[in-house]
Design a protein around this ligand. Structure first.
Ligand SMILES: *Cc1c(COP(=O)(O)O)cnc(C)c1O
Length: 366
C-alpha cells in the first residue's frame, strides 16, 4: 500500500532540495540496514533499482578510486570472484569494461583459494587487479564466502572488497546465522536487496559504502542546471551522487514505512522463519525416499535431487506445475568436480509458506 502512496506522491528522490522529507525517511531505513553490517561510522548507502545496479555502482566506484593513481590510468581493470557469484557480477563487469577472473568453486570461496589465484597471476594481471567480489549468500545455494579471510587478503594486497549480499543480506538480522557473515564489516562496499529478503515491493536494492565520499567522486553528475542542488545552501544528502541513476523515485519509502509499522524485531522473526523453512524442507527431503539433499540447506536455500530424473524430467515437471497454477519451482544446476548436475531448488522468503506447501511440491515429484 505504501508503494502506491510513494508512486502517487511522485517525489523526486535525486536531490535533497527536491525530496528532503522522502529522502530523510529513506535514510532512516538505510541506517538500520547499515547497522546490520557492522561497518564503521561514516559508512552509508542509497537505494537502487536492484542488486544489479548496486553491484555496477560499487564496481565503478572501486575502479575510479583505483584509477586515481596515474600508474593505472591506462590499464583495463581486473576483478576476481568465484563461479558461485551471481550472473550480474559478470554482466556488470562487461558494462564497466573490466575483466573478470573466476575462482573455480561454487562452494565457499576461502581466503586460501583466493590468495592462490592472486599468486597465479602474471605481473601485468596483478597490476590490473583492483577488486574482489565475495558473496554473502549465493543465489543458487545460500553459501557465504570466507569474508574474514578474503578481507584480510584485500587489506594486505590493497584491493577493494565488495560483498554481494543481495539475496543473503536480510540474514544479517537473523541471530542464528549472523556469525557466518563475520568479516563483512571490513568490506569497502556491500549490496543488499530489500526487495528480496526484506520483503520490500519491487524495485528496491541498496548499495552501501564504507567511504561514501569515494562513490560521490565516481557518480556525482555535473551540469549547470544541477549546480544549485549541490550548492552550500542546499546542504543535505543527495542520493543521486552515490549510484548510477539521476532521477529516481524514493523507493526506500515502503521499507521505511514497514519498519516503522512492524518494528525491526518482526523482520528478525520473519527472516528466521525462512531459515527454519529450509530446515523443515531438508528434513522432509530426508524422510522421502524419492528425493535426496544435494547439500545441507544453507540460509533459506535447499538444493535437492529427484532420484533417477534426467534434466528433461525437471523441465517437464516445472512446466507442468506452472501450467496448473500450482507452483513455480525452477530447476538449477550444481557443479561437483567438472560435472554440472541438474537439480531442484527451494529458496524460502515468504514466511507464510507452510510445511504442507513443501510436502505437496515434493509429492508432485513422485
Ligand atoms: C538477485 C541477485 C542479484 C541481482 O539483483 P537484482 O535485484 O535482481 O538486480 C545480484 N547478486 C545476488 C547474489 C543476487 O542474489
Amino acid at each position: 500500500m505504501f508503494d502506491l502512496v510513494t508512486s502517487a506522491s511522485s517525489i523526486h528522490g535525486a536531490y535533497w532540495m527536491e525530496g528532503a522529507g522522502g529522502i530523510f525517511c529513506e535514510n532512516e531505513a538505510m541506517s538500520w540496514i547499515v547497522s546490520l553490517t557492522g561497518l564503521p561510522d561514516g559508512a552509508f548507502g542509497v537505494f537502487t533499482s536492484g542488486g544489479t545496479a548496486a553491484n555496477l555502482s560499487a564496481i565503478v566506484t572501486a575502479r575510479e578510486h583505483w584509477r586515481e593513481n596515474d600508474a593505472f590510468k591506462a590499464e583495463k581493470g581486473l576483478i576476481i570472484t568465484s563461479i558461485g557469484a551471481h550472473s550480474s557480477i559478470k554482466a556488470m563487469a562487461k558494462v564497466a569494461d573490466v575483466d573478470i577472473l573466476l575462482v573455480d568453486t561454487e562452494d565457499i570461496m576461502y581466503g586460501k583459494a583466493f590468495q592462490k589465484t592472486i599468486d597465479g597471476l602474471t605481473t601485468h594481471q596483478r597490476k590490473r587487479l583492483f577488486a574482489v567480489v565475495g558473496t554473502g549468500g549465493t543465489t543458487n545455494a545460500g553459501i557465504i564466502d570466507d569474508l574474514e579471510g578474503i578481507a584480510t587478503i584485500c587489506e594486505k594486497e590493497n584491493l577493494w572488497f565488495h560483498v554481494d549480499a543481495t539475496y543473503g543480506g536480510g540474514a544479517l538480522a537473523a541471530d542464528s546465522v549472523r556469525h557466518l557473515f563475520h568479516g563483512i564489516e571490513k568490506a569497502d562496499s556491500i549490496t543488499i536487496d530489500p526487495h528480496k529478503w526484506m520483503f520490500s515491493p519491487y524495485d528496491c536494492g541498496a548499495v552501501i559504502y564504507k567511504k561514501p565520499e569515494l562513490a560521490k567522486k565516481a557518480h556525482a553528475q555535473e551540469g549547470s542546471y544541477l549546480d544549485i542542488f549541490k550548492d552550500e545552501g542546499a546542504h543535505g544528502f543527495n542520493p543521486t551522487d552515490y549510484q548510477i541513476q539521476l532521477t529516481r523515485r524514493v523507493r526506500g519509502l515502503p521499507l521505511w514505512f514497514s519498519l516503522a509499522t512492524h518494528g525491526t524485531d518482526k523482520y528478525k522473526e520473519t527472516i528466521e522463519r525462512g531459515i527454519e523453512l529450509a530446515q523443515i524442507a531438508g528434513r522432509l527431503i530426508e524422510e522421502n525416499p524419492h528425493v535426496e539433499l544435494v547439500r545441507t540447506p544453507s540460509l533459506s536455500c535447499v538444493l535437492y535431487r529427484r532420484i533417477g530424473w534426467k534434466p528433461k524430467d525437471y523441465t517437464h515437471w516445472t512446466y507442468e506445475n506452472h501450467r496448473k497454477g500450482f507452483a513455480l519451482v525452477a530447476p538449477t544446476k550444481w557443479k561437483t568436480g567438472d560435472t554440472f548436475e541438474t537439480v531442484s531448488r527451494f529458496c524460502f522468503i515468504n514466511p507464510d509458506t507452510t510445511e504442507e506447501d513443501i510436502t505437496l511440491i515434493l509429492d508432485s515429484m513422485k
